[in-house]
Design a protein around this ligand. Structure first.
Ligand SMILES: C[S@@+](CC[C@H](N)C(=O)[O-])C[C@H]1O[C@@H](n2cnc3c(N)ncnc32)[C@H](O)[C@@H]1O
Length: 255
C-alpha cells in the first residue's frame, strides 16, 4: 500500500471522489431536510467545513443565503466548480471562503450555523472543539441555532475490519470505470476517544486496470459536546436527532 496522506489533501482521492462517495452513502440521507427545518425561510446560514458544497448549494436552491468555510483547497476548488455550474440565482446566494473554523472571524451574524457530516469530529477534542463552538456562537444571532453532526461513540468503538481486502464501497466512477474503497486499518483508543482509520481509494478503468490509488488517514475524536458548547454560551435546544444509524445531530441555541 502507498504511504498514507491526510484526508481531503491536494491530489488525494478522498477529495476528488467526495461527491461520488457521499451520493452513495445512505447514512447521510435526510440531513439536508433536518438543517432546512432549523432556519427561517430566506434566512442566513454559516456552514463550517463546507467541503464541495453538497449542502450549501442545496440550501441556496431553497432560497437560503449560505457562507461556506473550509480549510482544504481541494474541496473548495470543487465547490467553486459547482458554483459555476448552478443557476446564477443560486450561485449568487453562496459565498465560499478558505478558513479554519476554530478561528474565523467574519464579523457577521447568521440565523443558523451548521457543522455537518462529522466535521467537528475531525478535530482533537478539547480546545479545538471549544474554539469551534465559540466560532459558532459569535456568528449567531441571539436565539439562533447551531447544528453539529457527530458520530456515535458505539460505532467508533467497533472493531477493525475482519476483511481489509473486501471493498466497503464499489461504485461506478464518473470516468466510466469503478471506484473501490477499502478500510485497511481501524483502531479506537478509548483513553483519548480517538478512532484512526486508513481508507484506500482505488480507481479502476473500464477494463479493471488501476488508474489511481490513494491511502488516506481518517481520524475522528469523540467527547461529550454539551459542556464544551456551554463554555461558548450554547445550550442544548432539543434531544440529539439520530441520522443514518451512525451519528446524531446536536442542536444548540444561543441565548
Ligand atoms: C466530511 S466533510 C463535510 C463537507 C460538507 N459539509 C458535507 O456535509 O458534505 C468535512 C470538511 O471539513 C473540512 N474541515 C476539516 N477541518 C476544518 C477546519 N479546521 N476548518 C474548516 N474546515 C475544516 C474538510 O476540509 C472537509 O471539507
Amino acid at each position: 500500500m502507498a504511504p498514507t496522506r491526510p484526508y481531503y489533501a491536494d491530489k488525494g482521492l478522498s477529495a476528488a471522489f467526495y461527491d461520488t462517495v457521499t451520493a452513495a452513502d445512505a447514512r447521510l440521507a435526510g440531513d439536508l431536510d433536518i438543517y432546512l427545518r432549523l432556519v427561517p425561510e430566506g434566512g442566513t446560514v454559516l456552514e463550517l467545513g463546507v467541503g464541495t458544497g453538497r449542502l450549501a448549494f442545496a440550501m441556496a436552491e431553497q432560497g437560503l443565503y449560505v457562507v461556506g468555510v473550509d480549510i482544504a483547497p481541494a474541496m473548495l476548488a470543487q465547490a467553486a466548480v459547482r458554483q459555476a455550474e448552478v443557476h446564477p440565482e443560486v450561485a449568487r446566494r453562496v459565498e465560499l471562503k478558505r478558513g479554519d473554523m476554530t478561528a474565523i472571524e467574519l464579523k457577521r451574524a447568521f440565523d443558523l450555523v451548521i457543522c455537518p457530516y462529522f466535521t467537528l469530529a475531525h478535530m482533537p477534542r478539547g480546545m479545538a472543539w471549544k474554539n469551534t463552538f465559540a466560532t459558532a456562537a459569535r456568528h449567531l444571532k441571539s436565539g439562533g441555532l447551531a447544528a453539529f453532526h457527530l458520530p456515535l461513540p458505539e460505532i467508533m468503538r467497533l472493531p477493525g475490519p475482519a476483511e481489509p481486502d473486501q471493498p466497503v464501497l464499489d461504485q461506478p466512477a464518473p470516468s466510466g470505470g469503478r471506484l473501490r474503497l477499502y478500510v485497511r486499518e481501524r483502531a479506537f483508543r478509548g483513553d483519548v476517544g480517538r478512532l484512526d482509520q486508513v481508507i484506500e481509494y482505488i480507481e479502476l478503468d473500464a477494463r479493471g486496470e488501476v488508474l489511481r490509488r490513494s491511502a488516506e488517514r481518517l481520524t475522528y475524536y469523540h467527547t461529550d459536546p454539551v459542556p464544551l458548547a456551554a463554555s461558548a454560551g450554547l445550550t442544548l435546544e432539543r434531544q440529539p436527532i439520530p441520522l443514518g444509524g451512525v451519528g446524531e445531530i446536536y442542536v444548540f441555541i444561543k441565548a
